[in-house]
Write a protein that binds this ligand. Structure first.
Ligand code: AMP
Ligand code: MG
Length: 377
């Protein structure tokens, strides 16, 4: 194996660079606003009673539901109150006997087990006392943490979807192609991918291979946070995007990564706008879109870094002679990756037939080897 690309950035480093370059909302310090629970609560549907009275029959005074104010009742010897999960305990009661452990006896109910104080009761402050530290500041939001913010009456992070503009580049892209032209397939593909990842998508007309047109589109990107382009980032004479970005004063986060397909991948910041310059070939555009847009959206939304990788065995060897890690199209059959006879980065047909892409680090990975893979979404 020869290493003719020593300057190429490994994929993981490129992802980390992108991650660090983007601002991320993060959790504030979170303290308990009040005792949790704020009163003794029933954790089962049943009756609230005095445990010291054992299995004596209880006359039922009424019913307390979750949210009922318990001051209406006082449990005294020989009495109990029907109570539903989440309801506050009435004065005098110190245990719950669940419905399943009650039998009727005339007008009364009789426990079939001997209750102990505290049975099926969530005691006031069991979970936390007012002022306790629930979570330190920092770290990503997730659904559970948002629930905790809501419980404590704290401001919630904005949940608006991130707006992503999608614009292909290339003079060859036309709606009714002559033999020397093609239709824009990357635009709809990347718009669908961004939509599936939870972004709000603005699919734009393809841009021509002209520096002035590219510069104009970048200078006035409209109301978007991320611009996903495809094409124009390679070594061809019409691959103007890197130079145009530099001329506009953009910070190039990286350009060219150690990945096959997808080497020309570019990421840049132009003010607040993140430009993900995906390669033009459809398989490269797809794979880099999956990896880099997924990471960028997670970061900007204040989520943790996504880990899209799974592991499975290859059912047949993949011949790989190159020096860059290869993402190879596969079918997933009975939990095994079956390599497809792909024709490279322009092979949209195989991309559309694939379930997954297997990561082939070393040349000539053997059948039976467990490898990591990405699901096609
Ligand atoms: P480029 O990176 O611009 O040199 O493009 C690489 C290859 O991908 C060329 O064969 C392009 O015609 C093709 N390509 C670029 N953009 C698209 C697109 N939006 N849809 C389909 N193929 C494209
Ligand atoms: Mg092009």
């Amino acid at each position: 194996m020869t290493c003719d690309h020593p300057d190429l950035l490994p994929l993981e480093e490129a992802l980390q660079r992108l991650w660090r370059a983007l601002p991320a909302p993060s959790m504030p310090e979170l303290r308990a606003e009040r005792d949790d629970p704020a009163t003794d609560r029933a954790s089962m549907d049943g009756i609230a009673l005095m445990a010291s009275e054992g299995c004596a029959p209880r006359h039922i005074l009424g019913t307390l539901f979750a949210g009922s104010n318990p001051v209406a009742f006082t449990v005294t010897p020989g009495t109990a109150v029907r109570i539903m999960t989440g309801a506050a305990l009435p004065r005098g009661a110190d245990a719950i006997v669940p419905v399943e452990q009650l039998e009727p006896a005339g007008e009364c109910l009789v426990p079939t087990i001997t209750p102990e104080p505290g049975d099926h009761v969530r005691r006031q402050g069991d979970q936390a006392r007012a002022g306790d530290l629930l979570l330190p500041a920092g770290g990503p939001f997730n659904a559970a943490r948002i629930a905790l913010l809501a419980q404590e009456g704290q401001a919630l992070p904005p949940r608006s979807r991130i707006r992503v503009g999608v614009a292909s580049t290339g003079d060859e892209l036309v709606p009714k192609p002559a033999p020397h032209q093609i239709r824009d397939s990357n635009g709809p593909m990347l718009a669908a991918l961004a939509h599936a990842m939870g972004a709000e998508v603005d699919l734009r007309p393809a841009l021509p291979d002209q520096p002035t047109a590219l510069a104009a589109a970048l200078r006035q990107p409209g109301d978007i946070r991320i611009l996903l382009t495809s094409g124009g980032v390679s070594m061809g004479e019409h691959d103007h995007l890197p130079a145009v970005l530099r001329d506009l004063g953009a910070t190039i986060l990286f350009h060219r990564i150690r990945l096959k397909p997808g080497k020309p991948m570019l990421a840049a910041l132009l003010g607040d706008l993140l430009v993900l310059g995906l390669p033009g070939n459809p398989v490269s555009a797809y794979l880099n879109g999956l990896l880099f847009l997924g990471a960028a959206l997670a970061r900007l939304e204040g989520r943790g870094a996504p880990d899209p990788w799974r592991r499975a065995r290859l059912s047949a060897p993949v011949r790989h002679k190159g020096d860059r890690p290869l993402l190879h199209p596969c079918r997933l059959l009975e939990g095994c990756l079956e390599p497809l006879p792909g024709k490279g980065s322009a092979d949209l047909v195989t991309l559309a037939r694939a379930d997954a892409f297997a990561w082939i680090e070393a040349p000539g990975e053997e059948a039976g080897t467990k490898v990591r893979y990405l699901m096609v979404v």
